[in-house]
Design a protein around this ligand. Structure first.
Ligand code: BGC
Length: 247
């Protein structure tokens, strides 16, 4: 199968496109719906049903989701809300759409896209892809193999709060931080991740990676940092690419 529908479920929007899984190229425009509030299994199922209905598509769907995901099951609730904890995500969306769903953690999916087809191609050793959005996601590859569900955004940061509460893009916007002020916080996060995991490379993804030059001067670690090739589309692409490997 060469083209798969990829869906990226985020804290603020749900995005989808048909993906050529050999090249990672989007074969259609990206469609987006707002993440409903509250984001419950029912409200999200309706949003996913609408989104899938915008495509003339009848195959399996690769979907990435902003929680810990084990065998299609949400092991955490993260930024979506408690209603998602312990929900079988794949079955929920299958019931809503009538299509088979293969579900991954969103940062793991972004890491798959970058490592197989993007900025991580040819990088060896331990590579950490960090996605910055509503939360902070992390996808770890070691010698070409994904180690799933690493949750570096939940390391304790300032005052014992999860680091992402302080250094995510949501915190930057909510506190109206300048790029350099926010960059200092992100640097503290990277230093901690570097100390804990000793990666050979970092890849920085999520929407904010487009603004890398605005905060790069705040970053002080010596580990090489690469900007994601697929920017904000890495989740959609990685979900589709990873889904094919499970079919
Ligand atoms: C979640 C992670 C997710 C990240 C990015 C965090 O709050 O715990 O599973 O990858 O947000 O969406």
């Amino acid at each position: 199968m060469k083209e798969i529908l990829g869906i990226d479920v985020g804290g603020t929007g749900i995005k989808a496109a048909l993906v050529d899984v050999e090249s990672g190229a989007l074969q259609t425009d990206r469609h987006r719906v707002e993440t409903p509030r509250p984001a419950t299994p029912d409200t999200m199922s309706e949003a996913i049903r609408q989104l899938v209905g915008e495509f003339d598509y009848k195959g399996p769907v690769g979907c990435c989701f902003p929680t810990i995901v084990v065998d299609g099951h949400a092991r955490s609730a993260s930024n979506l809300g408690e209603a998602w904890r312990d929900v079988q995500i794949d079955h929920t969306f299958e019931r809503a759409t009538g299509l088979p769903f293969i579900v991954f953690n969103d940062a793991d999916a972004a890491a798959v896209a970058e490592m197989r087809l993007g900025a991580g191609r040819g990088l060896d050793g331990l590579v950490l892809t960090i996605t910055i959005g509503t939360g902070i996601g992390s996808g770890m590859f070691y010698k070409g193999q994904l180690i799933p569900n690493l949750e570096l955004g939940h390391m304790a940061g300032k005052d014992g709060e999860p680091f992402e509460a302080y250094a995510s893009n949501r915190a930057r916007k909510a506190e109206e931080l300048s790029w350099l002020e926010w960059g200092d916080r992100f640097d503290a996060f990277l230093k901690r991740a570097d100390r804990v995991c000793s990666p050979d490379h970092f890849i920085i993804g999520g929407g904010i990676s487009k603004k890398f030059e605005q905060f790069e001067n705040a970053l002080t670690i010596s580990t090489p940092i690469h900007v994601a090739k697929f920017l904000n589309n890495a989740g959609i692409i990685g979900a589709a690419v990873a889904a094919v490997q499970r079919l």
